[in-house]
Design a protein around this ligand. Sequence first.
Ligand code: HEM
Length: 495
Amino acid sequence: MARYVPKVFALITIYALFKFIRLSTYWSRRKVKSGKLVPFFGELYGMIFGKTSNADTYKRLYNEVGNARYYGTYQFIWPVLVLKCPVLIKTMLDKSSVCFNAHRNDAKETVDPLWCRNLFVLKGDRWKDMRSFLSPVFCTGNLEELFYGVRIKARSFVRYFDKMPKQEIDVEFKDACTRITLDIISHMTMGVDVNSMTERDNRYYTMGKLFGDSDSKWRSLVFFSYMLCPIIPNLLGLTVFNKHLKAFFMEEVERILAQPIPDRGPSMLSFLIKEKHEGQNITAIDMAAQVFLFYLGGVENVSNLICFMAYELAENPKVQDKLIDEIDQYRSESLTYRLISDKMPYLKMVLAETLRKHPITTFTDRVVTKPYTIEPKMRGETPLKLEVGDSITVPIIAIHHDPDLFKNPEIFDPLRFSPERISEIEKCYIPFGLNPRRCIAQHFAELEVKIIFIELLKIFNIVKIPQTKFDISRTSFGLRFKGGEIHLGLKRRYI
Ligand code: HEM
């Protein structure tokens, strides 16, 4: 028996080598361009070894392939097609969405039900049903209802700083924004009233902070193990997000459901409870899965967006002065949903430009759900057949920094979103992704950020201080400040 061991070992090695060579030549055999990639690690090399940020890798590969409409990369040894041309992206992902209506997910529902049952991960009819249950949460009528709660939270956030006796206050913005966004999302998802600015160590904050643990080595290890060989983490029952975090949301939802009349105002949970009472098959796990995802989007994405916008305002005082002028024009009027959505065009432009320059979600992805062929349009292209299960990426950050699409992309210029100029860029501006799977909470997120800045800039100027450093994390998938910190000053406008 023992004499066969070396032979078996040699056969396995030859097979593995053959497989590796087949996979690593996947794109060249299909005549698809690729940028410079490190064998075995592919596009993940910079991030795994902390050499370059995910954003910089996307931009480099995007630029290396010149005017190609798409190009190939590898995540470890697995091929991924990256779409570059905005027209092609829209044609494929939006107009032919039935062929691309899912995100990549390798976790098993039995191992991680809270992750596998959230709207982002759901597929097919389960996704369609859940999207239709959740969409009314974001209709204008309900946003108007939610508006009042958000305004109260934003005002108590600003009051916290206003009570400080100093003329200029040093603020670690990421922590402050984690607190305010957490309070707002607790109100919006579960109708829970928390004030994390004053109750510094409340349990929502303690749990919510775990979402931002994106530089955690363990989380990265599990994440990459799912990319490399999902069978192993699935067998070992490993999950990317902390188990305590999920248990917490499950318990919260069960606690609320056990209340005699779980009236939660305009919150997301009350919509799901209503659907359940009307006979829809929605379980406590389904509810907790959506709450979990909303916290993830609502805390991590929004708090980072506020940090980037605050940084840009500090860096560009003229833009800040113009924005303050606009806010001051309406000072005597009561702040309403209508005022924010119908007036204040410059605020809208500043927010849009922040998300153009710093799209917090640097990319989005799709998995092919029905075979599709990209027909040749340019010289050198051949028909490219995509099979079910193939992976696709849209490099949002690289598109937003393409000088052919956005002139002088490194300059923060809100006026590129003015009515006279917006038509040049509209089709390439995709910070919230693409229909039909675009971000369901776009209008809520925008509303929330606008209210916070209106309340803040009524009283303070945002300024750079000696600790202010623009340093981007190299180990996080999304756009984040290094170490999850950004220090800025709040300087009183009136003495
Ligand atoms: C700065 C703020 C935000 C940004 C930049 C952002 C961005 C995105 C992007 C790029 C996608 C993927 C879209 C696609 O693949 O085409 C997405 C999906 C999603 N986002 Fe957001 N998001 C933000 C805030 C939020 C908030 C506050 C929530 C919840 C309260 C949220 C909930 C979701 C959900 C549920 C999906 C999945 C939609 C589906 O697959 O049907 N997001 N978001």
